[in-house]
Design a protein around this ligand. Sequence first.
Ligand SMILES: NC(=O)CCC(=O)C(=O)O
Length: 297
Amino acid sequence: MSNAILSSCSAFKLALVQISIGSDKSKNLERTREKIIEASRNGAQVVVLPECFNSPYGTNFFPEYAEPLKGGDSTKMLSAAAKEANVYLIGGSIPEREPSGKIFNTLTAYDPSGKMIAKHRKVHLFDIDIPQVITFKESDTLTEGDWLTHISTEYGKLGVGICYDMRFPEMATIAARKGCMAMIYPGAFNMTTGPLHWELLQRARAVDNQIYVAACAPARDNNANYVAWGHSTVVDPKGNVVATCEEKETIVYADIDPEQIKSTRQYIPLYHQRRFDIYGDVSDTVEENQDGQVSKK
Ligand SMILES: NC(=O)CCC(=O)C(=O)O
């Protein structure tokens, strides 16, 4: 992708809502709604929520908190809040129960009229085993998604992934080459992998692809079974951390400016120097449909 595709993009103010999540779903929803409105009052035009914002994070909680997307309390709240706040809303993720009974870790996104404009199911499930340190197996109760997702907004296209998806560079490379200005990851790293890789991965995805990268986490609850790292962060196309925070409840704001992407690509012209004659272009192996869903050709 060249810089030409970015000519239709424009700047916007992004907000990452790092909220405290408890066991009471209706309180989680109400608190989240208030924070979306607060972000909008502070000038945000695109608001992002964390992974699993309506429920504690854990394989035992997913079946208990799962909802259908159609008519579910969480999607109803998200749609109404996007409309009330007049923002694009990347609604973190929730455990989604589909009619077959399968449960997915699903992100939904809304335009400022409240219309649902995208649905992304976590593609790479968080299954890790570091003996005596951390073992987690999302696949015990979740099913993985089958497509990548690029969201069209009036500011330009935004790629999304959910947490562990951040570790797979192909997703961000495909998004960048298909014209996305940013990769946005609702996430919930933990006290082991958070300090190790949370910021590093975001900076890596940004530098490799010369795009913005943002990751939105829940606030830390030291009494939870799974203790989240927090540190919601925005990285610019040069790899600089332009906005971040610690572990407490807060909102992180950053300006996303396509001119920064253009100038980074002009000064370090990776986009024209790739050797696809040697190693091929991964973005050529997939196609994007009109709903922004990307799958193998
Ligand atoms: N919720 C997740 O996918 C956690 C991913 C994580 O912590 C990691 O290290 O990767």
